[in-house]
Design a protein around this ligand. Structure first.
Ligand SMILES: Cc1ncc(COP(=O)(O)O)c(C=O)c1O
Length: 425
């Protein structure tokens, strides 16, 4: 049985401890925070590797990784070191100046991908906002002002800015905010006929197609190879840009740096965030020299984009993720996890399918557990396992990609106990 690392015994913190002269509890959150989120009752105190401890000292195995962010686990010593080192130098200069960590990171991202130019932001939504603006602006500069149509897909998720929720394929996130940005068409995901039909009807007006190679929030639905190749063909034929949102799938989670490498296509624009900073906020939009010209001086910007602290950490994340042995082991770990999940699924009549790539997996619940993803998540938390959901019928798992086999097995054992308790309840 795997246990939390012994050299990192949890610190027990009294949840009612006086901090900064104020007594902080979970209830304080509701008093002072906007009601935007409904966080769990526990409050994290510290974390190391794949483990996290709350303020009462209870341990949790982290199969959520801060929603697919902490690719290398928590408090990786090399990341802590590089963050400390950069903190001693300078934290922020804005884009009135460039900085070495940002240049190095852009250079490395170009080496690792199809890209020739990089724009830095701070979140996935911000990178996608930039990508959508770039696609519209590129069409305006190179084609005509009527080429504004954006094609996207139902159940897609691209962020929470007004443009990105409007392009995302769940109207519950974009309704109620007044008039939405126009010229956005949503199609069913993986439907090649619908895609080709739309291009035949109005291909000349389409400036870009935006998609996630695996819809993360929308249920962990992988795009089929045929589908992405059809998108590439249609975009080429009608001079539209293919925009790939790899915010959740990127930086090694699939076993490749980016999923497009597995799909036999190259996008025109790619967005990456989450794992890129290993937990430190940073995002990037990648594209070619030619397309990048449309974001000339003054057309777009971000005060914190390219922040040296974030870029220094991201450089180290890329170094560690691409070090020999790590990415090539993700597929093996994935197979181990899928096997254990299928066995558990069969024993408890829990999962009807397990899908995804690498260490981004979605477990579809059987009819017996229909609509109970949230209850299972809570039961797992009670047993000391952090998981995610993707809708009411999918348990989503995104552990750190350097997690040990023992911790993967321990996580499954905790999930089994959680499900048994829930079933007996
Ligand atoms: C595919 C995808 N795109 C964009 C986003 C938005 O990223 P952020 O929350 O960093 O703005 C997310 C977040 O879950 C995502 O999964």
């Amino acid at each position: 049985m795997s246990v939390p690392p012994s050299n990192h015994q949890p610190v027990t913190v009294d949840p009612h401890a006086i901090q900064y002269g104020v007594s902080i509890t979970r209830e304080t959150h509701d008093q002072v925070m906007m009601p935007t989120y409904a966080p769990m009752q526990m409050i994290p105190a510290r974390a190391k590797g794949s483990w996290l401890w709350d303020t009462t000292g209870k341990d949790y195995l982290d199969f959520a990784a801060g929603i697919a962010v902490s690719v290398l686990g928590h408090a990786h010593p090399d990341l802590v070191q590089v963050l400390n080192d950069q903190a001693q130098k300078f934290w922020h200069v804005s884009n009135l100046m460039t900085n070495e960590p940002a240049i190095r990171l852009a250079q490395r991202l170009c080496e690792l991908t199809f890209a020739e130019k990089v724009f830095f932001g701070n979140s996935g939504g911000e990178a996608n906002e930039a990508a959508l603006k770039l696609a519209r602006r590129y069409a305006f500069d190179n084609h005509n002002e009527k080429k504004t149509e954006i094609v996207a897909f139902y159940n897609g998720f691209h962020g929470r800015t007004f443009f990105t929720v409007s392009v995302g394929g769940q109207s519950k996130y974009s309704d109620g905010f007044g008039p939405k940005p126009g010229d956005i068409t949503h199609l069913p995901f993986n439907d090649v006929d619908a895609l080709r039909g739309l291009f035949e009807e109005k291909g000349d007006q389409i400036c870009c197609v935006m998609l996630e190679p695996i819809q993360g929030e929308g249920g962990v639905n992988p795009a089929s190879r045929d589908f992405v190749q059809a998108i590439r063909e249609c975009c080429d034929q009608y001079s539209a840009l293919m925009v790939l949102d790899e915010v959740q799938t990127g930086v090694g989670r699939s076993g490749k740096m980016y999923v497009y490498e597995k799909l036999g296509i190259t996008p025109d624009i790619l967005t990456t965030a989450k794992g890129l900073g290993g937990g430190f906020p940073i995002a990037a939009m990648l594209t070619t020299d030619n397309i990048a010209k449309s974001l000339a001086v003054g057309v777009h910007g971000s005060t914190f984009g390219g922040n040296p602290m974030a870029c220094a950490v991201a450089n180290k994340v890329l170094e560690l993720v691409t070090a020999p042995g790590l990415l090539s082991d993700v597929e093996r770990k994935s197979q181990l996890l899928v096997k254990k999940l299928m066995e558990l699924g069969a024993r408890c009549d829990l999962f009807s399918a397990v899908r995804g790539e690498g260490l981004l997996l979605g477990c579809e619940l059987t009819d017996k557990w229909k609509d109970q993803a949230r209850e299972i998540l809570t039961a797992c938390m009670n047993e000391g396992l952090m998981v995610l959901v993707a809708g009411p019928n999918v348990i989503r798992l995104a552990p750190p990609i350097n997690i040990s086999d023992e911790d993967l097995k321990e996580g499954i054992a905790r999930m089994e106990r959680a499900v048994e308790k829930l079933a007996n309840h």
